[in-house]
Design a protein around this ligand. Structure first.
Ligand SMILES: NC(=O)c1ccc[n+]([C@@H]2O[C@H](COP(=O)([O-])OP(=O)(O)OC[C@H]3O[C@@H](n4cnc5c(N)ncnc54)[C@H](O)[C@@H]3O)[C@@H](O)[C@H]2O)c1
Ligand SMILES: Nc1ncnc2c1ncn2[C@@H]1O[C@H](COP(=O)(O)OP(=O)(O)OP(=O)(O)O)[C@@H](O)[C@H]1O
Length: 526
């Protein structure tokens, strides 16, 4: 049909066609006919059919969505099973080794190779095919905690030297416990009475079983004091401890600008090599504030080597070590044993409604503090449907929702009214941000739950997810975020122990419950 416009009198004027003028009267007639059709009642039954059809389509969409979400949960579960399998395999290997002839030491199983130096110092590569041998019956050893991925994956890292990774063991000890016994939750059922004898969440101690050899130093950018300390620390670790040092490419350039002495410092070339860092690095040192600790954790998409966080920031809630004492601190940590806080991380999957037919979901993102789903720049109320292990929890109507680890409980979640929780307590915090409700208290859910936050199809606006305050992702109506505990925690070294460090941070960092003490004089109970 030719395009038509109404003139100021309401008559249709018709544009010129290739084959001449079109009869405007016939157009008016066709428009009239269309109007008549529109006004006619629908064929009986067609409306019902359409409703039925759209209902069926909605059911199909729901089924597809459930399949995608099921896949994300299954991926999280598979990761957990994989970890358990590794543990079991390591334990079996340990048992087999017990029957090996004496004289075959654990170290013999490492595949150490000679130096084949190249001029450009880049990341070390090493093989530890037999690393499971270091696992003991008590505690968890480094390769249970750190090993992941297929050793034959063929990812080619440029190398100048091969070396082994230091192994360590974690043990759970309570006050007065001097032995290495790992304490499980022991529940006894004597005469029908249930008694919990031991709890697992005790102070965790890390013991090196072989000497750490490679240290990764991560630094806060654009800070002159951090840059100076980093150069000093690298020199000390090389000259006094003979350690291999790995830094970020940016930092290597900075060091070389200062002096060619730092030519031995190694770095990486691309993201592929970053993915393999956990196989080479024995210890990670961070120089900065809490943001640098978050940055360090985010570099490891799987297992994370133990972290030593030095405080060169303003608040430093997770950074207990004073930079002035770095030599004594590192000396003692390299010797061990080290008290650690095993900080859990959350694994987040974004499930796209638009990609519901696709097999692959987006890469999971690991967070040490929290994942936040908020309204972003939209001025509308966020509307988020929340499910816990497929049971409906609630619909958040407000600025958003924070799903936080217990380590993150003192960060954004605290600002939104969540409880402060000791980082060693396993759990997931469910904290609303400015809920438009008088009765919406924050929750703490058990660690084993899987949470799903969904933007409803009828939502007025998009929502935005951010991960440890970074990497914003838009969630369109129909999109969901699935979140569960990740199998790879972050072990951070403690100054004292995890409880004294936590209490010191809430007192010194947050001035928790600071109040003038009431004076002695005045009225009393009689
Ligand atoms: N309203 C808020 O309180 C708010 C808003 C946005 C982000 N944040 C937090 O900032 C974090 C990102 O940190 P950043 O350093 O990259 O950004 P940033 O530079 O904006 O610093 C945020 C502040 O939060 C503190 N912080 C971070 N993690 C903490 C923790 N676990 N316990 C106590 N304090 C902590 C930091 O020391 C810093 O002072 C996010 O994970 C989020 O928790 C808080
Ligand atoms: N190696 C790094 N590369 C890129 N960005 C980094 C690195 N380390 C830290 N950052 C970022 O720099 C920002 C500030 O770092 P950080 O929080 O450590 O310092 P701060 O704000 O001075 O200390 P605090 O958090 O104690 O107040 C954070 O957003 C963090 O993500």
């Amino acid at each position: 049909m030719a395009p038509s416009k109404l003139d100021s009198n309401g008559n249709a004027s018709v544009s010129q066609q290739e084959n001449g003028f079109v009869d405007s009267l016939s157009i008016l007639n066709s428009e009239k006919a269309v109007q008549e059709i529109i006004q006619q009642p629908l064929i009986p039954g067609i409306e019902d059919n359409l409703i039925e059809f759209s209902e069926a389509m909605r059911t199909v969409a729901k089924a597809l969505r459930r399949a995608a979400e099921g896949k994300a949960s299954a991926q999280a579960e598979a990761a957990e099973w994989k970890r358990k399998f590794e543990l079991e395999r390591a334990r079996n290997l340990q048992l087999e080794l017990k029957v090996l002839p004496s004289g075959v030491s654990n170290g013999d199983f490492y595949n150490e190779r000679a130096d084949n130096s190249a001029d450009q110092p880049v990341l070390l590569n090493q093989t530890c095919e037999q690393s499971e041998v270091c696992c003991g019956e008590n505690g968890i050893c480094s390769h249970e905690v750190l090993r992941d991925g297929d050793p034959d994956s063929g990812l080619d890292v440029v190398q100048n030297r091969f070396m082994r990774k230091a192994s360590f063991k974690l043990s759970w000890c309570g006050k007065g416990d001097n032995n290495d016994q790992r304490k499980h939750d022991i529940v006894s059922f004597e005469k029908g009475n249930i008694t919990a004898a031991e709890r697992s969440s005790k102070q965790i101690s890390l013991k090196w079983e072989s000497q750490p050899q490679t240290v990764l130093i991560l630094t806060k950018p654009n800070s002159p004091s951090v840059r100076i300390l980093c150069a000093e620390m690298v020199r000390w670790l090389k000259d006094h401890k003979e350690l291999n040092i790995v830094v970020e490419p940016r930092v290597r350039v900075e060091l070389l600008t200062d002096s060619m002495y730092y030519n031995f410092v190694q770095t990486w070339k691309d993201d592929k090599e970053v993915l393999l860092l956990h196989e080479k690095v024995d210890l990670v040192v961070t120089l900065g504030g809490d943001g640098t600790v978050l940055w360090a954790a985010s570099m490891f998409k799987g297992p994370v080597p133990p972290l030593v966080p030095f405080s060169l920031g303003s608040l430093g809630f997770m950074t207990p070590f004073y930079s002035e004492h770095y030599k004594e601190t590192l000396d003692s940590i390299l010797r061990g044993p080290v008290s650690i806080t095993l900080r859990h991380r959350l694994q987040c999957h974004v499930i796209r409604e638009a990609a519901k037919n696709e097999y692959e979901t987006e890469e999971p993102i690991l967070v040490l503090n929290e994942v936040t789903i908020d309204r972003g720049i939209s001025s509308f109320l966020t509307n988020l449907e929340c499910y816990c292990d497929n049971s409906f929890v609630t619909c958040v109507q407000g600025d958003g929702l924070i799903l936080s680890t217990t380590s993150g409980s003192t960060a954004y979640s605290l600002a939104a009214g969540g409880s402060m929780v000791h980082p060693q307590v396993p759990g997931i915090l469910f904290t609303p941000i400015c809920p438009h409700s008088l009765s919406f208290r924050p929750l703490i859910l058990p660690e084993h739950t899987t949470l799903r936050v969904q933007v409803p199809f009828n939502s007025r606006s998009h929502a935005w997810a951010s991960f440890d305050g970074k990497d914003r992702k838009m969630l369109a109506p129909g999109d969901a975020l699935v979140c569960s505990m990740a199998p790879w925690p972050v072990a951070t070294a403690c100054q004292g122990d995890s409880t004294s460090d936590f209490l010191r941070s809430i007192h010194e960092g947050l001035h928790w419950n600071l109040r003038k003490t009431q004076s002695f004089d005045g009225p009393r109970d009689t």
